[in-house]
Design a protein around this ligand. Structure first.
Ligand code: ZN
Ligand code: ZN
Length: 294
């Protein structure tokens, strides 16, 4: 995985961040990301004043250490590079600032299998939702310090929205973590290879070629993000964006079967049925909608 990366260069870049004044310079340059930014960056004197650097030589030295990788400058003005901007994002997210402590509690949803109330825990930037019987049924990486100003309901809603966004991203063959590409999708029955549960779920396994993150997501969840499904659910008063992706909803049913070229996903709401065929790369191949009772 790291054979095509120069770890010495990366270590040197991290080294360039290891000074409080340099971190203050990056934070001061956050201002250059504002919408009213005149695209000229921040002037040398404004930047130096913003970090209260009295010693000009020392300030110049540390600014130089950031230039190239994290800060760019031209005509006496400075702004963050993409890498500098990513570092600032993580600083604001609290990623490097220690644990704000975990929170946990009920999320007002029940397990689709056994109806037991689900509990959520937010810790170390990850929201995990679990059933007392089935263990963890869903987890989603959010932001490290997100629990400081959001309650569990908000975090849960956010995690589900992000889940839909992950589905979109993965099905466009873009890794949501590193923008890498995925290898070929493989399909398996949710209950294992010997499962005879034909009305169950088919899991789609995808692994990022670049960062090795793996996703094992039920095929019907990919089908949720497709225009025919969005329209179908909308016609039945369901906003797909408000769905909790892992659990579905009591008012609609789904089943997935394996086909030669991918999977066939069927949704049923109020007696109306939508069939959606997804191919080997999860592309929508065809769909059919009818009101005959399933
Ligand atoms: Zn359960
Ligand atoms: Zn990746």
């Amino acid at each position: 995985m790291d054979s095509d990366r120069n770890v010495d260069d990366i270590a040197a870049s991290f080294g360039a961040l290891s000074n409080p004044l340099r971190v203050r310079i990056l934070l001061a340059l956050t201002e250059t990301r504002r919408a009213d930014w005149d695209h000229e960056g921040m002037s040398y004197s404004d930047l130096r004043a913003a970090v209260a650097a009295e010693d000009g030589g020392r300030f110049n030295y540390h600014l130089d250490e950031l230039r190239g990788q994290f800060v760019r400058g031209k005509d006496g003005h400075y702004w963050l590079t993409s890498a500098g901007s990513r570092v600032v994002d993580e600083i604001y997210a609290g990623t490097f600032s220690g644990s704000p402590g975990g929170i946990s509690g009920p999320v007002g949803r029940s397990c689709p299998e056994d109806g037991k109330p689900l509990e959520a825990t937010f810790e170390d930037g990850v929201l995990s939702v679990s059933c007392p019987e089935h263990g963890t049924v869903f987890d989603m990486w959010l932001r490290f310090g997100a629990g400081a100003d959001r309650d569990l309901e908000e975090l849960f809603a956010w995690a589900n929205r992000r889940g839909l966004w992950y589905l979109e991203s993965v099905s466009w063959d873009v890794c949501p973590h590193c923008a890498g590409q995925f290898g070929e999708a493989t399909f398996r029955p949710a209950g294992g290879d010997d499962s005879t549960d034909t009305a169950g779920s088919v899991i789609v396994d995808m692994t990022c070629d670049s960062c090795a993150i793996s996703f094992g997501i039920p095929a019907h969840q990919y089908a949720l993000t497709r225009p025919p499904t969005i329209a179908f659910l909308h016609d039945h008063g369901i906003d797909y964006r408000s769905l909790a992706v892992e659990y579905g909803a009591a008012e609609w049913a789904h089943e997935t079967t394996r086909t030669d070229s991918g999977v066939l996903v069927c949704f049923t709401v109020d007696g109306e049925r939508l069939e959606l065929e997804l191919g080997q790369s999860l592309e929508t191949q065809s769909y059919r909608r009818d009101s005959a009772r399933a």
